[in-house]
Structure formats: C-alpha cells, structure tokens
Design a protein around this ligand. Structure first.
Ligand code: ZN
Length: 321
C-alpha cells in the first residue's frame, strides 16, 4: 500500500486533509427523536467534523416520512414561444425580481441554454421549478429514487450513480444539501468534475461550521446525526476543492433563524418532529414568541453578512488539467 492509500484508510485521520483529530462529540439523532448516539470527530487542522463510523443501518434514519422523499413537484409548463426567443433578456429581469428558485443561480453567469444537472434531486422539485422558469436543458440524478422519472419535455430524473453519466457534458451541476450526506467526499467532487464542461460550475449548498456550532456544539441542529456524515468549515471546503481540481470563485451565506431555534429545541431534548402523526410540523410557535424568532432572523442575517452563517453555497469552477 502506498503512503496516500495508507493515509486514506486511516480512521484516526481527517478524511479531507489527513491530519489527526482534536475533539470528539457524542451527538444524538434528534430530527425524529430516536436519540441514538453517534460519535463525530473534529479535525485539528481543517476543522471538518465527520462521523466516526458510517452507520450500517442508515435506512432507519431515512424513514418514509423523511421530507425530501415527499417534496412534490410542479407540473412542467413550457414558456410560450415569444418568451423563449427573448430568453436571456428575460432571465436578467427574473434575477432582478429575486425569484426564490433562482436565488442560488444569481451569482453566476448562467443562461437558459446551459445544460444543468442536479445530483441527489429526489423527485426533482427544483428541476421542475427551474424548467418552468425557462431552463429546458435540465436533468437530475438520484440513485435512491425507486425508479427513473420522466417529467416530460425531455426532463428526466435518472436512477444512476454519477460515475455512469457522460463526461464533459454539463455547464452547471447543482448539489443542494446533499454533499453532507455522502461518505465519499473527494470521489463525488472528482466525478462531478469529470461531468462538467471546461469552465463549468459545481454549485454546492451545505451546512457550515461557524457561529452556531460554537454556541451549541453537539446540539447544533445541522449536525443532524447520523444523516450528515461531514460538516465542513470554509477551510476544509477550500482544501476539498483544491484537491479535486476546482477553484472556489464565490461563496454565499444563507443561514436562517432555524440555526438558533432548532438548536435551542435540541438543547432542551425536544426533537424537530416530535409528533408521531405529524412529521412535517415544526413546533415553533409552541416554544418561541414571534419576537424571539424575529431576533434570531436578524442575528442570522448579520452572521451571513459576516460570512459566519451556518449554511453556505460554494461555487466551484473546474480548473484546467
Ligand atoms: Zn482536516
């Protein structure tokens, strides 16, 4: 075994930068309140937190009522011909209107003719929303869906591994809160790089270790044990991007009041979805006043402006070989 493989196989070293760990946290499953405990190690150098062992029975923690399985998709509606011919002029106007579906795409030079792939897209809610705005060259891939989905107009959600997709084929790949669930961080980014065209962009939205982790530690809601395997810092994302052939050209912090109120619930040993028969209702009003939530939101906006919010979007551009 060569030195590199020896480092990669060593469970006592960080899987991102191969430095030793400094701290270990015992984290409970609290989204549904199983309260099973999992060890997370934090790297002494890059600060990345990672689950000590990938659970064998991970399916238990993605029950059928897990929200991303149930996100419904809007029916596809093609833009009328006249709107399609003015395409990118119309897109500029849409960006100005701050449409939620376009929020992540605003910082990059995207246009309607770009070929887009979303990795880990579930049934494809975001894909359908983007199609309805005018992105027609779009598809998704998710190996965990029961079978391939055809939404019509050539928009398909493939049930495949990303390794199986055609190389040099996409202008933009979107990974919206999926990287943290994946055990093979470097491999995923290398595979995405292979699929991107030259100068293509990989958009990664993830939780990030910042202020909220410093305050709440093992009760930080975004640890989301054991579903989140990796919690990155800005530093560990920089290393990951560098190691896999990308340049990070832009970052956007988009954390919400959620980082505070949900972590407060966990601190009080209250799960996010405490009711057996209602897995979608957060008990927000029951525990917090409107004013408290508003204060949390103001705090989140301030942290985002300082680059200290607990969720971020990274824009990784494929570097030439
Ligand atoms: Zn590290």
């Amino acid at each position: 075994m060569n030195t590199e493989n020896a480092l990669k196989g060593n469970n006592k070293l960080c899987k991102i930068c191969y430095s030793p760990f400094s701290d270990t946290y015992l984290v409970k499953e609290m989204m549904f309140g199983f309260r099973d405990e999992f060890s997370y190690n934090q790297c002494s150098s890059c600060g990345c937190l990672q689950i000590a062992e990938f659970p064998q029975n991970i399916d238990k923690y993605y029950p059928p009522y897990y929200y991303s399985f149930n996100a419904e998709t809007a029916p596809l509606k093609r833009q009328p011909f006249i709107k399609r011919i003015v395409g990118n002029f119309r897109l500029k106007k849409l960006f100005k209107k701050d449409r939620p579906a376009l929020r992540y795409l605003k910082p990059i030079d995207v246009n309607f003719s770009n070929k887009i792939l979303e990795v880990g897209c579930g049934k494809g809610r975001q894909i359908c929303d983007l199609f309805n705005l005018g992105f027609e060259n779009i598809e998704g891939v998710d190996k965990f869906i029961p079978q391939e989905i055809d939404h019509g107009f050539g928009v398909r959600i493939l049930k495949k591994d990303i390794e199986e997709l055609k190389p040099n084929n996409y202008d933009l790949i979107i990974m919206n809160h999926v990287l943290e669930h994946m055990p093979e961080q470097l491999n995923v980014l290398k595979n995405c790089r292979r699929l991107l065209k030259d100068e293509g962009c990989l958009l990664i939205a993830i939780p990030i270790i910042a202020e909220a982790f410093e305050i709440y530690k093992e009760n930080w809601v975004q640890l989301d044990a054991p579903r989140h395997f990796f919690l990155h810092t800005v530093k560990s994302m920089n290393i990951l991007a560098e190691e896999t052939g990308y340049e990070i050209r832009h970052k956007l912090f988009d954390s919400l009041s959620f980082q505070f109120w949900a972590s407060e619930l966990y601190k009080k040993d209250i799960p996010l979805f405490p009711e057996e028969n209602n897995r979608l209702a957060y008990p927000v009003e029951k525990y917090f006043s409107e004013e408290e939530i508003e204060n949390y939101q103001t705090k989140a906006a301030k942290l985002n402006a300082e680059g200290r919010g607990d969720t971020a979007v990274f824009y990784l551009f494929k570097k030439a070989n």
